[in-house]
Design a protein around this ligand. Structure first.
Ligand code: ATP
Ligand code: MG
Length: 430
């Protein structure tokens, strides 16, 4: 099987005549891509070998190219008071941009992610992210505003997502629990993001769907972030791409882990895991639990079928404030997503259609957010999976990357000094 490669010259020619990528109008149909459905193949990170190449090959993307000095200024020298969190890629800081930085730039808070050169991810993941996000725009994908590619510096500048990641919302000990309808809204938003990727003319397999990669805006609209592991879907009649196994323990589809065969259905499995996390507020992988409960998907799947068993595993912090039929439908959907037979999993658009009514069928009291009283961060248990060449099945080699334990995502929700200085100009996060 082949990994799709694009021809550099034909791509460059195609893009010369291409219309700029615009933000889509308010969503009508969730799967509507913002890029016109022309026959243009997307640029691949393999087409780019220098910073010059990058800016020339993404002419319609409207991405800003920032200098490292500029990003230092907007984050107050990456001050700790602006620190939002850190994953496998490197630290993320809050900053603020406006038209003083570049004419025409909308005044807004941003999140600046800086590649840690000693980390587990590198230039390729950084470039993959820029190249995918430059060419894919959708209300349920986080917006990349620009980047910095200068000497050894590799940074990404995103729209700022005031409510941080779903992971911190769901598992932070001192925040009030997410209400049922908000959970369904988040699941639906994330499903729309994945549907867009899967139904694009050149489908994209996201490969790292998990709660920490689902970011939330002020209204709990979910947006997918982190395209570093994203992959072009299979070409032509191929049903899968063969590739080394990457992702996060607890979320990765069993057949992909076993064979290195990556399909769109692998994302659907990961979606099922996140749906169960939303239902139970248990983590996908929790080393502190007894052996048979460590992997949420394996433990929960048989329990999702029975209404009686389901009621026992639903997040107790919902305190009965959910629709019973809605919960059963969501659980049935998760059960199907977690099937060990990829072909039996529903497509993302079927998932969107199933979830849509579940966001409406329960009336609850308005959600009032109470700021956490402590900055204690949730302990991250997720382990990155990085397996070498699947062609070399007999030499599987796994690295359990525990670097995620250093994440301080709890800090996302405190008011940073920058907020205080700029509160007149920005929307206060919470
Ligand atoms: N656009 C953004 N707006 C607000 N906070 C953000 C934004 N992007 C990232 N963050 C925060 O920064 C932290 C680190 O994010 P990052 O995506 O680098 O790592 P992660 O998802 O936690 O782990 P992994 O490396 O496995 O993806 C997270 O807590 C996230 O909430
Ligand atoms: Mg992430």
């Amino acid at each position: 099987m082949t990994i799709k490669k694009s021809s550099k010259s034909s791509l460059f020619n195609c893009f010369k005549n291409q219309e700029p990528v615009h933000e889509p109008k308010p969503e009508k149909r969730t799967t509507e891509p913002s890029m016109s459905r022309n026959s243009v193949k997307r640029i691949s990170h393999m087409d780019i070998s220098s910073s010059d190449d990058l800016s020339k090959s993404l002419p319609g993307s409207n991405l800003y190219v920032f200098t490292f000095a500029e990003l230092k200024v907007i984050t107050q020298s990456f001050a700790s008071c602006n620190f939002l969190g850190e994953g496998g890629f490197g630290p993320v800081h809050k900053g603020f941009i406006d038209d003083k930085l570049r004419p025409g730039l909308k005044a807004q808070p941003v999140a600046v992610k800086c590649l840690n050169l000693e980390g587990s991810q590198g230039h390729t993941e950084w470039l993959t992210e820029v190249v995918f996000l430059a060419q894919l725009r959708h209300p349920h994908l986080v917006k990349l505003i620009g980047y910095c590619y200068e000497d050894e510096h590799r940074l990404l500048v995103y729209e700022y997502m005031p409510r941080g990641s779903l992971e911190s919302r769901l598992f932070q000990r001192y925040s009030i629990p997410l209400p049922w309808s908000t959970r369904m809204k988040i699941a639906l938003g994330a499903a729309k993001g994945l549907t867009f990727l899967h139904e694009a003319e050149n489908p994209v397999i996201y490969r790292d769907f998990k709660t920490s990669n689902i970011l939330l805006d002020a209204d709990y609209n979910a947006k997918l972030s982190d395209f570093g592991l994203a992959k072009d879907g299979p070409d032509g009649d191929d049903t899968h791409v063969s590739t080394r196994v990457m992702g996060t323990y607890g979320y990765t589809a069993p057949e992909y882990l076993r064979t290195g065969r990556l399909t769109i259905a692998s994302d659907v499995y990961s979606f099922g895991v996140v749906l169960v996390e939303l239902l139970t507020a248990r983590k996908a992988m929790d080393e502190s639990r007894p052996n048979r409960e460590k992997s949420l998907a394996e433990w929960a799947r048989p329990l999702l079928k029975s209404a009686r068993k389901l009621s026992r595993i639903l997040d107790p912090r919902l305190e009965g404030q959910y629709s019973e039929t809605g919960a059963q439908k969501a659980a049935k959907l998760a059960y199907q997503c977690l099937s060990h037979r990829p072909k039996e999993r529903p497509t993302m658009s079927v998932i969107v259609d199933t979830l849509e009514p579940l966001t409406r069928d329960f009336d609850e009291t308005p959600f009032v957010y109470t700021a956490p009283t402590t900055l204690e961060s949730p302990k991250k248990e997720a382990h990155k999976v990085v397996e070498k060449d699947n062609n070399d099945h007999h030499h599987h080699h796994q690295q359990h990357d525990r670097r995620l334990g250093r994440t301080k995502s709890g800090v996302v929700h405190c008011e940073t000094d920058l907020d205080k200085n700029l509160s007149a100009r920005t929307d206060s996060p919470e």
